[in-house]
Design a protein around this ligand. Structure first.
Ligand code: KG4
Ligand code: ZN
Length: 342
């Protein structure tokens, strides 16, 4: 009994990806289906919540079917149904939560609600089968920027967070300002390769008394001011230099704060997670800082950094093992907090 594999169906619909996956023992991904809505939302320059909900409801059943059939499993083979119930867009979350409840009710399989950020962090377990807590994780996504010590599975000590914009949000806003469109992160990443990261000295924000907190609204405003200044003076500017210099400013802060937190807390294992963890400069910068400091470095593959359901299956497995079960009264919680260690 003890050695029996635990297989879960995981569902994610917190923002603009409708996703389902089948994951064994929190680490082995049998399927990971992601139906992205980016092509629709980019017409509007960002995610339109009501459109996101409508697209989720159209696609969710098909995505779940595909996840099961690609894994060559049926609902009967599952030990639990895991679903993101927050944080995220309420209407979007409700679609996944509703689908998971229906499947749990119909099959009699336990329902496990999962925290979206816990999912992002747990993507590292899939990419690195040997990784176990404790470790330090930088979570940088479109809605969140956190520095977290993962004390144990599902136990988090939050060291720092953003005071204003999330890192990904800053990427998206700067991309819009230089006319790159949505989502901005990957476009800035690409354009930066043609620019000089030292061309413009954008600010690196530090917060008095909170060395692990972040603030990205200052660098975003500095970019907007720089562009406006050039336009008013009739001077030409290089979008590639702006992108590269902005990216350098953000990455430097993310890496420096993470290294400081690791040093102060005597942690030698460092991981990154969330959509911004796809960023080439962040991946390279964090890897070389970890090498210099003799820390082990972990990062998910890019497809596991942005929103997906495999990461929810990884986090859900550890919740399931701890005995977490949700009732059919589970609701979406748009501002769900990552519970600190008690
Ligand atoms: O984790 P995620 O898929 O969704 C949230 O939970 O928010 O993160 C999406 C964010 C977007 O802001 C996107 O621009 C950013 O991650 N992102 C990137 C890159 N790829 C995605 N930011 C910088 N460089 C990238 N390559
Ligand atoms: Zn996310």
């Amino acid at each position: 009994m003890e050695n029996k594999d635990i297989t879960v169906l995981a569902i994610e619909s917190s923002c603009d990806e409708t996703a389902a996956a089948v994951v064994v023992n929190g680490r082995r991904v049998l399927s990971n289906i992601i139906s992205s809505q980016i092509d629709i939302h980019k017409l509007y320059g960002g995610v339109v919540p009501e459109i996101a909900s409508r697209k989720h409801i159209e696609r969710i059943n098909q995505v779940i079917q595909e996840a099961l059939s690609e894994a060559d499993r049926t609902l009967d083979d599952m030990d639990a149904v895991c679903v993101t119930y927050g944080p995220g867009l309420v209407g979007a979350l409700l679609v996944g939560v509703g689908a998971a409840k229906a499947l749990s009710y119909a099959s009699g399989k336990p329902l496990v609600g999962v925290h979206h950020i816990e999912g992002h962090i747990s993507a590292n377990y899939i990419a690195n089968p040997e990784l176990e807590p404790p470790f330090l994780c930088l979570v940088a996504s479109g809605g969140h920027s956190h520095l977290v010590i993962v004390r144990d599975y599902g136990e988090y000590e939050i060291l720092g967070r953003t005071r204003d914009d999330a890192a990904g949000e800053a990427f998206d806003k700067v991309a819009r300002a230089i006319g790159l469109g949505y989502p901005g992160g990957p476009k800035i990443d690409k354009l930066s390769r043609e620019g000089n990261p030292g061309a413009i000295d954008f600010p690196r924000a530090a917060i008095d008394g909170a060395p692990y907190d972040f603030s990205f609204s200052g660098v975003k405003s500095a970019v907007l001011n720089y562009i406006n200044g050039c336009r008013m003076k009739g001077e030409a500017y290089s979008e590639a230099d702006i992108a590269a210099s902005f990216q350098e400013a953000v990455v430097e802060v993310l890496v420096d704060h993470t290294m400081l937190a690791a040093k102060d807390h005597g942690i030698t294992r460092v991981a990154i997670a969330g959509g911004v963890a796809c960023n080439g400069a962040l991946r390279a910068g964090m890897e070389s800082a970890c090498r210099e400091n003799n820390y082990s470095f972990y990062m998910p593959t890019p497809v596991l950094c942005t929103d997906n359901a495999a990461m929810i299956g990884a986090a859900g497995y550890y919740e399931f093992k701890k005995g977490v079960r949700h009732g059919l009264d589970l609701n979406a919680v748009p501002n769900l907090k990552l519970e600190p260690v008690s």
